[in-house]
Ligand binder design. Structure first.
Ligand code: NDP
Length: 271
């Protein structure tokens, strides 16, 4: 039986084991997928990864706060996919011919979720609030899908650093207070503000579709756009899609997400 883990701290809230067991069941593949708590330091993370793969583990997902450490590990002693290189973060680890590979399925998971839900990205004017790891991971997949992106961030230098990194004509940066009185095809919240119940300066900011990467909690960000009858989507679909892509990388099996009963996972995909 193939073995998988998700490494994080905290880790009890992770839905990855339920998702991957549902995927495996849908393709008749017996697997074991468990949560792996890890103390928040580089030595412990390295020890967990080494012990897991030395023990015959097939694949590991990596979540907060270890995605950057996983990136550094693969950069030093393994290989990185182009997506992981762009994101400077790894969420999917596996061994191939004894070499540790790091991939990042978060960004492509977001694009997949949006396209599956019929949100047009080609030529779409997209605002992203936040300039952290999640934003860095979604920029290239969104640009590749034809989006024109403006990043808004509280710390403007972080947004400017992303513009410099990707150096693309359709990627620009603005301070957070420039959000007021703007209009977008798609507005994405990639801050942790909503997680902490903090609000964003959205006065008269309008969008046809609003997407909050956060899920499972009420979102003041989505409530703002729901009041203007915008389409509102939470980040659960992104989580599901990134997981399905990791599953495919590890097992070679493509999951038909229409076959999965998400009701059993006690979460809904679209608000
Ligand atoms: P980071 O910690 O790397 O970045 C957080 C960002 O939020 C920064 O840009 C920070 O701004 C901004 N921020 C935090 N608080 C506030 C505030 N009160 N007002 C304005 N800006 C604020 O986090 P990540 O990029 O890793 O994650 C961002 C969100 O995306 C989280 O909610 C996370 O759970 C979610 N996520 C969801 C995924 C999914 O599958 N659905 C996958 C990955 C992430 P500053 O730079 O000024 O500090």
């Amino acid at each position: 039986m193939q073995r998988f883990i998700v490494i994080g701290n905290p880790i009890n809230h992770s839905k990855s084991p339920e998702l991957h067991h549902a995927f495996a069941q849908s393709v008749n593949l017996p697997i074991s997928y468990t949560r792996q708590y890890c103390p928040d330091d580089a030595e412990s993370f390295l020890a967990v990864v080494q012990a897991f793969f030395a023990g015959g583990g097939t694949g590991a997902n990596v979540t907060l706060p270890f995605k950057e450490l996983a990136y550094q590990l693969c950069q030093q002693d393994g290989k990185l996919s182009e997506r992981a290189f762009d994101a400077k973060a790894v969420n999917t680890l596996y061994l191939q011919d004894g070499v540790l590979y790091g991939d990042n399925t978060d960004g492509i998971g977001l694009v997949q979720d949006l396209l599956t839900k019929g949100v047009m990205l080609d030529q779409a004017v997209v605002g992203i609030i936040g300039a952290g790891g999640a934003t860095r991971g979604v920029i290239r997949p969104l640009l590749n899908a034809g989006a024109k992106i403006v990043i808004y961030n509280r710390t403007i230098d972080k947004a400017r650093a992303l513009v410099e990194q990707f150096a693309h004509q359709h990627l620009t940066a603005q301070p957070l207070d420039a959000l007021a009185d703007t209009q977008f095809d798609l507005m994405i919240n990639a801050t942790s503000a909503t997680t902490h119940g903090q609000s964003l300066p959205l006065q008269n900011c309008q969008a046809k579709t609003a997407y909050d990467m956060m899920y499972g909690k009420p979102s003041a960000f989505l409530a703002h756009f729901a009041a203007q009858n915008a389409r509102c989507i939470d980040g659960l679909g992104m989580l599901v899609q990134q997981a399905a892509l990791a599953f495919e990388i590890w097992t070679g099996k493509k999951v038909d997400l229409n076959q999965i009963d998400f009701g059993k996972l006690t979460v809904s995909q679209t608000k």
